[in-house]
Structure formats: C-alpha cells, structure tokens
Design a binder for this molecule. Structure first.
Ligand code: BG6
Length: 489
C-alpha cells in the first residue's frame, strides 16, 4: 500500500464540507496508515482564525463524526490555518511562503493537493492565481480537486473548464462525484464484468428495464440559496444519477486503466438519446414537495422552508426515462428517480430481466415474477437476486425467493466513506473514480435539453406530499410502458 506524503490545502476550510467530510476522512486515512506521518493540512478561509482556533474546530468535527484514539492530538498538530482572500495577490504570496516552510518541516517532497471546497464562482480565478503565483511550481506533483457544481449548464461548465485548463492539465484535475466513491457504485462494474451469469444477459435481449432510485428524507435544509438555483436535475441527475447509468450501460473496458474505463463511460453518455423540447413531458417528470408527514413529524412544503422560496418553481424531484441508443441497449428504458423529502433514504438499482413467455408454476395472479437483480447502494450495501423456486412442501407451486449478499453483515468490515476513498485515490494519482471533462460535458448536454423543455412549460407545484415516493406522474411514466417501480431491497 502506498502511503503518500502530501500537503493538502483546503479552500473553504471553515465550511460544512470540510467539517463533515474532509477532516474526518483525512483522520481515517491517518488512522488506517494510508497517509504518511509526513503530511500537513492548510486550511484557508476569510475568517481571521489562528492555528489553535482551527485545530479546535477540527477536533470538534472529529469528535462529532468519528471515534478518535490517543493519536488525535498528534494528528491535529499537522493542521495549519491561513486567513485568505481568494481575490488578493498577497494571500497567494503568503500561502506560497507557508507551503515552502511546511514542506521543510514535513518533507512532503513538494506534493500538493489544492482542494476547492467553496463557492464555485471562484474556481476559475483560484486555479489561475495558483498558477500565476507559482504555487504549482514545486518539486513534487500538484493536483486540483473540485467539488460540484461544475457549471450551471453546458455553456458555463465549458467556460469554467477553459479557465481551469489554462492552469491545470486534465490529468491534474480531480472532479469529485462522491457517488463514485461509494463501495457499491464501484461494485457495479465488478458485478457486471466478473460474472458470466450477468454479463451474458446484460443487454436488450434479456433485460426489460433498469431502475435507479436515489431518494432522500431530508429537505432543502440550510442550502436554500444554492439549491433553489440548482434543483434536483442539476444537483443529482447531471452527476450522480447519470454516472450510475453510465456504469450500468458501458461496454466492458479492455483493461482496468483509467483511460479505458473513462472512455467506455464517455461512450455510454454519448449514446444518451437527446430529448426534443416538445418531448420532455413524455420522458421526464418534475416535482416539488408539499407539506406532509414523515416519521411522525409534520413537515412544511418546500415553498414554506424559507422566505425566498415562497414563489419557487425549482424541482425537488425528478423521474425520467433515459434511453441509450446503441446496439446493446436499443429499446431498454433506464428509469431514474431522485428527490428530497421522500418516504425513505435509499439508493438502489433494480435490473428487471425479461419474463419468460409463460409461467406454469404460478396458479394465481400475479403470474409474472420477473427475475430481478437489486444492487443496494445505501443505506444497506449488497446485492439481492430474485428468483422463482418451489419451496419445500409447496407442491409444484413456485414462490419468489431471494439470494442476498450484504456487506453490512460482515464482521469487521467497515466500508470506508466515499470521501476517504476518493481522497486516497487523489493522493496516489488515480483519477478513475473522478469525472473526466467529457463525461461532464455529455451529461450537461443531456440535462440542458430537459431543462429547456421544462422552461417552456408551467410547473404544477407542489405536486407530491413530503414523505411520499413522488408525484403520481412518476408512477405513470412506467405504467404507460407496462412497468412499475419496484419497492424492494
Ligand atoms: C449531493 C447533493 O451531491 O448529494 C445533495 O448536493 C444530496 O443535495 C447528496 O443530499 C446526497 O448524497 P448521499 O451520499 O447522501 O446520497
């Protein structure tokens, strides 16, 4: 196992992401011996904090998110704070000095990760400033990690990409999609390509449809400003949902190199059927949550969550039928569904195999029990295969049975958090589970076509109750094709 030596510079170190995900993930890497003792973390933000205040905050975040041991104080002593204005030349010059000093203290060989965990409007100028102030000129490697949103549409994403590419090469850019760090999302490829019983059937001759659901119980929380500008299509579909579709649809790579895997994903995304403005209603459903009940609590509607949302027409739910127009998938719908304030927190994939022409072993309706492969991504991790078999003593009558494998059930397996894995990948220079620019571009092209269709029509919001599985139209979307959403795990 490689134990990289590195200085991680976090822009936005007083923010929520740093607190909830980054500090705990770096600590886990440290605890698991995946980062060398020679490392430093530099936190940047506007607040005039000292190292001590910053370290107290890091400690508080660790206490809340992970279980710490006696090494925690030593770990925290590697954290430094630098008050920073992203538009100020002095800030970059001072940072340069600090990095050189820390590289002397910690022998990190000049390896630097610049992690942008802050408002996207500054991504481009930070990248340029890092270049022009010489912060990329170190004896080691330099990498840029970027959180989403990567643009607001294809045009703005292109602009942002051009700005960043002036300073960083594509191989140095790590665009985070945290779904790609999830254990079972990474497993899609393995389940598909390491099993003859699936891969031989993984096409339009044997699969009738594939359903990808990512539902959340949470509402908009404290993020009204960001979210209302974004909506579920940009927030979840452009990235996480389409990435899962790409992994389900891609052709087998010729080897496991980053380039080969990414290029197969790009080919899948390139085959997405573009939806004409006038046809968007036939393929996509949008929703916004109204009031409702969930876990015994009464919940407000989206429009009641904050004053600025009172008139909002932003979608908090999307369901869609995605078609992949290539030889393997012609005619097979990939249904996707994601939303806030739904009945459960769950991400799963259901692959529905075509039914046999007639089933003699079921005497009563429903007689159709297609085989299903369920890939549970969260909260449970595992796979379940739905088969039909005769249970002992049941005569010749078949019953659906399940073969299940769960990661959660294995003692001692504590699957690392997505961020922990992705940070480690970045430190060892593996870009496989980060999004290449071409993937971003093809995803935006698809999302733009849907958004432009929606922009041309009135939304009928709110149209689903908090605590439900979305608007009626999301069910009708499948019903008109003769399918339904499988509520199973
Ligand atoms: C983020 C979105 O990318 O993913 C959030 O911005 C969403 O709105 C989150 O809540 C869901 O992630 P997870 O890992 O909880 O499914």
């Amino acid at each position: 196992m490689q134990t990289p030596k590195v200085t991680i510079v976090i822009f936005g170190a007083t923010g929520d992401l740093a607190k909830r995900k980054l500090f705990p993930s770096i600590y886990k890497l440290y605890q698991n011996g995946k980062i060398d003792e020679d490392f430093a973390v530099v936190g940047l933000a506007r607040r005039p904090w000292t190292n001590d205040v910053f370290r107290d905050n890091v400690k508080a975040s660790l206490d809340q998110e992970v279980s710490t041991d006696e090494n925690v104080d030593k770990f925290i002593s590697h954290f430094y704070y630098h008050s920073f204005d992203v538009t100020e030349t002095d800030s970059y010059n001072n940072l340069h000095g600090l990095l050189e000093e820390l590289e002397g203290t910690y022998q990190t060989s000049g390896n630097r990760i610049f992690y942008l965990a802050m408002a996207p409007e500054y991504f481009g100028s930070i990248a340029k400033n890092l270049q022009s102030h010489g912060l990329k000129n170190s004896p080691g490697w330099t990498r840029l990690v970027i959180e989403k949103p990567f643009g607001h549409d294809l045009e703005s994403a292109k602009e942002l990409n051009n700005e960043i590419r002036v300073a960083f090469d594509e191989e140095q850019i790590y665009r985070i999609d945290h779904y790609l760090g999830k254990e079972m999302v990474q497993n899609i490829e393995v389940i598909r390509f390491a099993n003859g019983i699936f891969e031989h059937l993984w096409n339009n001759r044997f699969i009738s449809n594939i359903q990808v659901t990512s539902s959340e119980k949470l509402g908009v929380e404290e993020r009204a400003r960001y979210y209302d500008h974004s909506g579920a299509a940009r927030d979840m579909v452009q990235n996480h949902m389409l990435q899962m579709v790409a992994l389900l649809a891609m052709e087998p790579p010729i080897n496991l190199s980053t380039d080969e895997i990414r290029s197969e994903k790009v080919r899948a995304l390139r085959s997405l059927r573009m939806i004409e403005k006038e046809q968007v209603q036939d393929y996509f459903v949008r929703g916004q949550y109204g009031s409702g009940h969930l876990d015994g609590q009464e919940l407000r509607s989206y429009r009641e969550e904050a004053d600025e949302l009172a008139q909002s027409n932003t979608e908090t739910f999307v369901a869609g039928k995605v078609m992949i127009d290539n030889y393997r998938w012609a005619g097979v719908p990939f249904y996707i569904r994601t939303g806030k304030r739904m009945a459960e927190k769950c991400t799963k994939i259901v692959v529905e195999f075509k039914d046999i022409p007639m089933n003699l072993y079921y005497k009563e309706e429903p007689k159709k029990h297609p085989n299903l492969l369920v890939i549970n991504i969260q909260p449970n991790e595992g796979i379940t295969l739905y088969l039909n078999a005769k249970k002992a003593g049941a005569g010749s009558i078949a019953q659906p049975i399940q073969l299940s494998y769960t990661n959660n059930g294995i003692d001692g397996i504590n699957t690392p958090e997505a961020y922990e894995k992705l940070l480690y990948d970045c430190m060892i220079g593996d870009t496989t589970n980060f999004t290449h620019w071409d993937e971003v571009a093809y995803s935006w092209r698809f999302i733009d076509s849907i958004l432009s269709g929606w922009a041309a029509t009135e939304a009928d919001f709110p149209n689903y109750a908090s605590g439900s599985m979305g608007p009626k139209a999301a069910h009708e979307l499948l019903e008109k094709d003769g399918f339904h959403w499988w509520q199973i795990s």
